[in-house]
Design a protein around this ligand. Structure first.
Ligand SMILES: *[C@@H]1O[C@H](CO)[C@@H](O)[C@H](O)[C@H]1NC(C)=O
Length: 265
């Protein structure tokens, strides 16, 4: 018995294969465009397994300054280090958001404190000489939008975050290298261990003001901006402050152990 199958519709085999071919071409075209724009980047070195965490293996893209001159700053992310795990999200906040946060905090700035590891209470300390204030979580629309953006970037829900803290450093003020994770029972019971921190720079500075990771693994003098760093900044892997940029670093490793290379000042 022979059975012939007929479709109610005329065969479109040749048509559909032409279409698939066209689509493949278009997709290739899109990828090429993305490559040209630097949106997708092919790592220039595949890296031997032993050098996976070497800072010199990290590709640092140059900022597109022509776009910034036109007042249009596109956000882009950059890996800074793998030990600690640290990333810079360029143009994370707009200029307006930075100025708004400063205006909210300015009337309420007080001398910063540190957490007492025995009692869990706040205390004055010579290792932290800045002034600052806290903004209640979700206090207004702008703050909520920023908190949502942080949640999207970090994959950590907003409810897991502490309120934003606005800090101000005068010339000569500092926060000596420290860990953001807790080493006492009091604070770990009260909300659990801190996983990660995001620092957002609200103003530009002429010099200094870097965030420095003195225990970062790798040759930190190999970074492209090494010569622009202050003396303090050269004591480790440093990130230069730039208005609107955000620095995310993890105090805990993916296996939930504490990461001592997250030491920062
Ligand atoms: C670190 O990097 C700098 C700049 O690339 C280089 O001059 C220096 O030799 C490197 N040091 C080591 C120990 O590899």
């Amino acid at each position: 018995m022979a059975k012939a199958r007929y479709s109610r519709f005329p065969s479109r085999k040749s048509n559909s294969s032409t279409m698939i071919f066209t689509m493949l071409l278009m997709f290739t075209f899109v990828i090429l465009i993305l490559l040209a724009l630097g949106i997708l980047s092919i790592p220039s070195n595949s890296g031997g397994s032993g050098k996976a965490h070497d800072l010199s293996n990290i590709v640092h893209n140059q900022a597109d300054s022509s776009a910034e001159d036109q007042g249009k700053s596109e956000p882009w992310a950059e890996v800074i280090s793998w030990e600690p795990r640290a990333f810079v999200y360029h143009n994370f906040l707009s200029k307006e958001e930075c100025e708004y946060l400063i205006s909210l905090a300015k009337p309420h700035m007080v001398k910063s404190t540190v957490v007492d590891s025995e009692t869990g209470k706040s205390k004055d300390s010579r290792v932290r000489t800045s002034s600052g204030t806290f903004l209640a979580r979700g206090r207004d629309k702008v703050v909520r939008e920023i908190e949502k953006r942080i949640a999207d970037f970090t994959f950590i829900p907003v409810e897991h975050g502490e309120g934003l803290q606005i800090l101000h450093y005068e010339v000569g003020q500092k926060y000596e290298p420290h860990f953001d994770y807790f080493m006492d029972d009091y604070n770990t019971k009260n909300g659990g261990q801190r996983i990660a921190t995001i620092l957002m720079y609200l103003s530009d500075v002429e010099e200094g003001g870097e965030t420095v990771f003195p225990s970062a693994k790798g040759n930190y003098s190999a970074i492209p901006w090494w010569n622009e760093l202050s003396e303090c900044g050269k004591k480790g892997l440093s990130v230069k402050p730039k208005m609107g940029d955000a620095l995310l670093f993890w105090s805990m490793k993916p296996d939930a152990s504490l990461d001592p290379s997250s030491l920062h000042g």
